[in-house]
Design a protein around this ligand. Structure first.
Ligand code: GDP
Length: 296
């Protein structure tokens, strides 16, 4: 079930509930079953769905609600709040400060959209008058430097990388040093990905992290990842101090719900979403407006 359908299914379940002549336990249960089914079909992790159901049942105590209470409104609010909670780790991420050098490292699997997202992120801040710079510490994928160079050139953002050097740590350190000297206020380090989670990738990530001491690590996840999202995100979090998440390809006709579990797995907020291949197809992510939009 794609995200737009998910929103429609939840809204329909709520409508059906509020149309009932009497809202009793059975009606509430049917409604929650429908919502849970829709979430599971969208690849939201089972535990999260179960927690949501339990929490709503705890919050909405129909017996205790005196007559005259708008039960359907209370249930709708509880569902809205629980969906927001699912996407809100309860803490914000590091926020870079304009004019002060910050280092932001991007991590994620190959193909997740990491390199594209690095440029989008740089471009987003550049439009606001910042002085970003890009460092290509991906020496694993042939063509990674060319891709970053092309993106950076299109966006008119300074970049650093090497065709010759094979040590990503060395490149990352040199790039960060150079751009720090040049007083760039947002130094973005793109790291290697792999097709799957493997020890070598995590070791390399750890080394780049140790050497550059980034202020923020952003984990990039493809929205089409499905149920594997939770484990993948958790594996990255266990290797480096992930502080924020960016979900890519939210424009595609994908289920998308799996990637939302990355919040629970990393205990970090989603800060941006990618909505297309173009540099400007990049949005700040805010939980409440997202859930409102989802539910139409
Ligand atoms: P990396 O291997 O993780 O660095 O991934 P890339 O940045 O090379 O992206 C892989 C593919 O996904 C490229 O074709 C990108 O254009 C595409 N891509 C990245 N972000 C988005 C997005 O938000 N929407 C769409 N539709 N495509 C994206």
């Amino acid at each position: 079930m794609v995200l737009a359908q998910l929103g429609g299914s939840i809204t329909r379940a709520l409508q059906q509930m509020s149309n009932a002549t009497v809202i009793d336990e059975e009606v509430l249960n049917d409604c929650l079953i429908e919502i849970s089914r829709a979430l599971l079909q969208s690849d939201v992790q089972f535990n999260l769905v179960q927690d949501m159901q339990t929490n709503i049942n705890n919050i909405v105590n129909l017996e205790d609600l005196a007559a005259g209470h708008d039960k359907s409104k209370i249930i709708e609010e509880a569902v809205f709040n629980e969906l927001c909670k699912m996407l809100d780790p309860g803490k914000s991420s590091f926020v870079p400060e304009k004019g002060k050098t910050s280092v932001v490292m991007f991590v994620g699997l190959q193909g997740s959209g990491k390199t594209t997202t690095c440029t989008k992120y740089a471009h987003y801040y550049q439009k606001k008058g910042w002085k970003p710079a890009l460092v290509c510490a991906d020496t694993f994928r042939a063509g990674a430097f060319d891709q970053l160079m092309q993106n950076a050139t299109n966006a008119e953002i300074p970049f650093y990388g090497s065709y010759m050097e094979s040590d990503p740590v060395k490149i990352a350190v040199e790039g960060v040093e150079r751009f720090t000297e040049e007083n760039r206020d947002l130094i973005i380090v793109d790291t290697s990905g792999r097709h799957k989670q493997e020890a070598a990738l995590f070791e390399e990530m750890r080394q780049v992290f140790e050497a550059t001491k980034p202020d923020l690590v952003i984990f990039v996840i493809d929205s089409s990842i499905g149920q594997a999202a939770f484990d993948q995100a958790q594996a990255f979090k266990q290797s480096v101090a992930v502080g924020a998440v960016t979900i890519t390809k939210m424009d595609g006709h994908v289920k998308g719900g799996g990637s939302l579990s990355a919040v629970a797995a990393t205990k970090s907020p989603v800060i941006f979403i990618g909505t297309g291949e173009h540099m400007d197809e990049f949005e700040v992510f805010e939980v409440k407006p997202f859930v409102s939009r989802l539910l139409g």
